[in-house]
Each structure stands twice: as C-alpha cells, then as structure tokens.
Design a protein around this ligand. Structure first.
Ligand code: 5AD
Ligand code: SF4
Length: 340
C-alpha cells in the first residue's frame, strides 16, 4: 500500500472495506482465538520526564510505589491459577532495581511456572538486555511512540528517536520477540507522520504492535491538548493489521479509557491480544500513566473477569496457548532454510 492510499484510508475513504479486511486477515491467521497477557506494573517510579505521561519524574503529585519479589510472584501466581500463559513485567525506568535483581526475578518465575515472560522496562544497554534474555525473558515491548522524529526530543526530553530505534534492533539481534508501537494523536502528529509510522512499523517486521490513543493527563504539560481520536486509532489499527498479518496486536487499555466499548471495537477489527492488569489492588490505582488507567470509577474494567467478558461479547474465544508470534516462527523457519 502506498503512503497516499494509507492517508486516504486514514481520512475515512472506505471504513467498511478497511475494517472487514482487517478482521478477515486476523481470522485467517489466528482463527477466533484471543491471547491473554497478564500485566504486572511493579514500579511507578521513573527517571524519564515524558511530556505525555502521568508517571514522569516531575509529577510530584504521584504517590510512588515499588513491589518486592514476593509481591510480584504472588501476582504471577494469580496469572498461573487463572491459566494466563504470559505475563508482562512493566514499570517506569526505575534505577532502584538493579539489572541483576530483575534477572533473578525472571529466573525465579521461570523455575516455578510454565509461563512466557515479556518485559516492558524501557531503553536499556545491550548488556542488560542480554542478561535478561539469558535469564529467560523471551519478549520485549518498547514503543517508539511517534514517527515525528523532530518532535521526539520535545516530547521525551534528552532522548533521541534513533537510540530507541537502535534498541529495537538490538532486541531483535538478541532473539527476543520484539514489540513496538505508537500513540495516535500526540501533539505534532499529522496524517503524513501517522502514515509514516504505519509504514515504518511494518518495515520493522515486528512480532507485536501496540497502538492506542494519546490521552491528555491533567498532571502533565500536555494537559490542555486534545485526546487522540478513537476513529483514527481504529483506522490505524486496521491498516497496521492488514500490513502485518502475523503480528500479535493488543486491543489496548487506553482504548477503553478513551471510550467505553472501544476495546471491544478493536477486537472486532483485527486485534488478537488483550492484557488484563494483574497488578496488586494495593497499588493498582497509582499506576496512572494516563487518565483512567487502572483508576477509573470502576478499576475492575481492566481485571481478568472483565476482559473475559469482552472476549465473549466480541464472539471470540480465549486461547490457553502462550501465543508465540507467528512472525517469529516464520523468521526462524527461513533462517533454518538459509543455513541448510
Ligand atoms: N496517553 C496514552 N498512552 C500513553 N502512554 C504514555 N502516556 C500516555 C498517554 N498520556 C503509553 C506510551 C507508553 C505506554 C506504556 O503507555 O505509549 O509506551
Ligand atoms: Fe517513564 Fe515510560 Fe512514563 Fe516516559 S512513558 S515517563 S519512560 S513511564
């Protein structure tokens, strides 16, 4: 698909075709199954100061927390009991935890449970990423956030777009399943930069792609900016699905926070993953990246029973498989052929 055609679809040229085609492709690859990932948000401290994020270090209004190994493993136990075969360990970039502390946690989990471990712990050095890979983590999520490179440094002070891209390449070399993605509707985005993102993410040949709308957080410098549009996010998701048939793609919590029912809508237009929060209740409300995240009037919206209900309503079935990326399987197969 050419950039001009992508822009036309983003403008609403033919939603009917777009959404049906995305659903058709998703069914051809994944049938009617949805993969579950339990997410444990184990620290809300962060050394970064991203303009869009409620956990940015300059936000003094947040009550900060850190979980211990024991608390994290208790959450993992919940996932295991609920037959959720993948967990995601996510946190702000919190220097308090050493790389070895995380490696140790990964080993403890793998020793005891038959689970896939995904990490979402920000930009790290190749050495650290390798340590965690060797400890047994097999997947890593690192959103590139935007394709507006010029704007990147003003949204993420002191950070460079190229470094983030490079980190994704390192993850691939270390044989992680690699996930990335963007927010739709960040200040500075145009339909052209959004189309560039759709093309750019596709060229990265990702195993996982997570996309949600930007939601203005009241305790950030972007508090007065408009939220990303749900309709534009749905179009973006459908286009990315069509161009990436084999990628695992979640229907994100940000969708639901933006508009009730939007997470269900995303499942119907090609998304095949959903990520309930299994963060302990004691701290769940404090992981407030964007408004509504774990802190809605009804925090249970992101709980396991709630997502099972959404899957049922959408007419799909939960999968009990770890849900390895079909893209990774294809990549390994072609490497085997080449080495023969
Ligand atoms: N609105 C929506 N998504 C956000 N994220 C961070 N801040 C916001 C916001 N205000 C997303 C980023 C990050 C992920 C963990 O949460 O894309 O990578
Ligand atoms: Fe930290 Fe991530 Fe929030 Fe940026 S988006 S401030 S890196 S938690």
């Amino acid at each position: 698909m050419q950039k001009t055609e992508i822009i036309e679809f983003l403008q609403g040229k033919d939603d009917n075709w777009l959404f049906n085609e995305a659903d058709r492709i998703r069914r051809a690859v994944f049938g009617d199954e949805i993969y579950l990932r339990g997410i444990i948000e184990f620290t809300n401290y962060c050394r970064q100061n991203c303009y869009y994020c409620g956990l940015r270090r300059s936000n003094r209004a947040v009550q900060r927390y850190r979980l211990s190994h024991e608390e994290i493993i208790a959450a993992v136990e919940t996932a295991a009991n609920e037959k959720i075969p993948t967990i995601v360990l996510q946190g702000g970039e919190d220097p308090y935890y050493s790389a070895e502390w995380i490696a140790d946690l990964i080993r403890k989990i793998i020793d005891k449970y038959d689970l896939a471990i995904t990490l979402s712990l920000g930009e790290q050095t190749p050495e650290v990423l390798q340590l965690w890979r060797k400890a047994g983590a097999t997947r890593y999520l690192l959103r590139i956030e935007t394709w507006n490179r010029e704007n990147y440094g003003s949204l993420r002070p002191g950070k460079r777009w190229e470094d983030r891209l490079n980190c994704l390449k390192v993850l691939r070399e270390l044989d992680y399943e690699v996930g990335s993605g963007i927010m739709v509707g960040l200040p500075g985005e145009t339909l052209a930069t959004l189309a560039d993102a759709i093309i750019g993410l596709t060229e990265l040949d990702l195993d996982m792609i997570g996309i949600g709308p930007f939601l203005a957080h009241p305790q950030t410098p972007l508090k007065d900016k408009p939220n990303g549009s749900i309709q534009l996010t749905l179009r973006t998701l459908a286009l990315v699905r069509i161009l990436n048939p084999y990628a695992n793609m979640p229907s994100t919590s940000a969708m639901e926070c933006a508009e009730k029912g939007a997470r269900l809508a995303a499942l119907k237009i090609g998304m095949n993953v959903i990520m309930p929060s299994i963060t302990p209740e004691r701290v769940k409300l404090l992981y407030n990246i964007y408004p509504g995240k774990n802190a809605d009037s009804d925090a249970s919206e992101h709980s396991i029973p709630a997502v099972l209900e959404i899957i049922r309503e959408a007419g799909f079935h939960r999968s009990l498989s770890k849900g390895i990326s079909p893209n990774l399987i294809r990549r390994h197969e072609s490497q085997n052929i080449l080495s023969k």
